[in-house]
Design a protein. Structure first.
Length: 227
């Protein structure tokens, strides 16, 4: 294959990636038994193209990460709200390359069970919790994320929730934390020092209702797929 033909294929694949790496979102309001609720959802498709070929790399399209996300909330009273979110993530590259000899020879196909479709219940049921707010007190119970500060990276303060690092290079930082079953109570202090804009006491209880460990990255093509 000539150099011009090779770059022609590369630019063609870039065009495909642009079409695949897109998202569509929608939102709507609804009423249930006289209570107002909201639903939001999106579908995203990301693609990755490799320009280098090696024993642990694949030249060409090597990731086609698809995410379907739906969330909704409804106010039962002025103080009580229910929130739920579901997510289905799949890497369709395993379907695309299922008959590719090079893909199989490098053992990328053997990581399919771990990375093709996130089908565990705790991966599909993203969050589900009830929140009660009264004056300065907030109580939230259910499957949730408890984090402090803004998400700028892997924070040392994010100690409550396990992390999913299996696709570290292919996901956004804000979805690395895995929601778990927790009871959280926040109390906003009425008196605070002048140099603080907010002072809140927080209590978090983990009943270990369902142990979900950190999903750490593995080594080897047969376990970690494409990095």
């Amino acid at each position: 294959m000539s150099k011009n033909e090779k770059w022609s294929i590369v630019f063609s694949m870039i065009g495909v990636v642009v079409l695949l790496t897109c998202s569509s979102a929608t939102a709507m309001d609804f009423e249930l038994f006289g209570k107002q609720g909201h639903i939001f959802g999106y579908i995203s498709q990301k693609a990755q193209y490799g320009l280098h070929d090696d024993f642990n790399a694949y030249e060409g399209l090597n990731e086609a990460l698809n995410t379907i996300f739906v969330e909704g909330d409804i106010g039962l009273t002025d103080s009580l709200r229910l929130y739920g979110a579901g997510k289905l993530t799949s890497d369709l590259i395993y379907q695309i390359h299922q008959n590719d000899d090079q893909w199989k020879r490098k053992q990328f196909d053997q990581s399919r069970d771990k990375l093709n479709i996130d089908d565990e219940y705790w991966q599909i049921l993203n969050e589900l919790h009830a929140t009660w707010v009264h004056d300065r007190l907030m109580i939230r119970a259910g499957k949730q994320i408890v984090s402090w500060g803004q998400v700028l990276g892997l924070s040392s303060l994010a100690q409550f929730n396990p992390t999913d690092l299996r696709r570290f290079a292919g996901v956004d930082l804000e979805v690395l934390q895995i929601p778990i079953w927790l009871l959280r109570t926040d109390y906003s202090m009425p008196v605070k020092p002048g140099f603080l804009t907010d002072l809140t006491l927080q209590f978090v209880f983990n009943p270990n209702a369902d142990f979900i460990p950190n999903q750490n990255p593995s080594t080897g093509n047969d376990a970690s797929g494409i990095w």
